[in-house]
Ligand binder design. Structure first.
Ligand code: PRP
Length: 209
């Protein structure tokens, strides 16, 4: 990629859609065609390159310096400690971490080991350690809500946004854990060497946050 461009990794999906709206609102997202299956969009005028990647891969692209900046949910930052800068809360992507289980079943605090399915093993372990609850973590990559329904786990730890996925699967929030929202992250070297353009972009994004 052209090194004179600022490269931004955006997460595919809901968070990415909101991010694209923000970039378009500040006149930086004209090159992005959300209906296309393309993964890279170059704005020759603004000298920006956008890459669309799996949400869980945004951190990797930024940490490795392939992308200068990334947009990510703070859930991923809590789960994975990496060498990058968290620059700005972006004012969207609000959701929360929760422990959830089958409606009406009180199976949260228990003397024996609680089986928890989650995409977030580190967040889950840290949370239950502080509660002195013995747990077994079952790492899944998605559709976590299925696990308690089929007996793979007692409960889940996941992020909840609208709550529709829980409701659709007969699950309930047992306990809210912590809030999550979208963040702008930067590769540390990019932040140093492309500081002016990054700071300018941050100023623009603050206006639509
Ligand atoms: C996330 C999350 C929940 C769902 C919550 O999953 O893991 O499953 O969204 O959203 P809601 O409260 O608005 O229903 P995602 O859509 O990323 O899919 P995945 O399960 O395949 O990871």
């Amino acid at each position: 990629m052209n090194p004179t461009y600022l490269t931004i990794a955006l997460p595919k999906g809901r968070l990415g859609d909101e991010a694209i709206q923000r970039f378009k609102a500040i006149g930086y997202g004209d090159a992005i065609d959300s209906d296309s299956r393309k993964l890279v969009f170059v704005d020759e005028v603004k000298k920006l390159t956008f890459m669309l990647v799996k949400p869980s891969d945004v951190i990797t692209y930024v940490e490795k310096g392939v992308a200068d900046l990334g947009i990510i949910g703070s859930d991923s930052l809590l789960e994975d400690e990496r060498n990058l800068y968290e620059l700005l809360p972006l004012g969207f992507g609000y959701c929360y971490f929760a422990v959830a289980g089958k409606k009406g079943e009180i199976i949260y605090q228990r003397d024996d080991v609680l089986k928890i399915a989650t995409k977030y093993p580190n967040v889950t372990k840290a949370y239950f350690k502080q509660k002195n609850q013995a747990i077994e973590v079952i790492k899944l990559n998605g559709s976590v809500e299925l696990a308690p329904l089929v007996g793979l786990s007692d409960v889940i730890v996941d992020i909840v946004e609208t709550g529709k996925t829980l409701i659709a699967n007969g699950l309930d929030v047992i306990e809210k854990m912590m809030d999550v929202s979208a963040r702008l992250i930067s590769n540390p070297v990019s932040y140093r060497f492309k500081n002016e353009i990054i700071t300018d972009l941050m100023d623009q994004l603050k206006k639509v946050g």
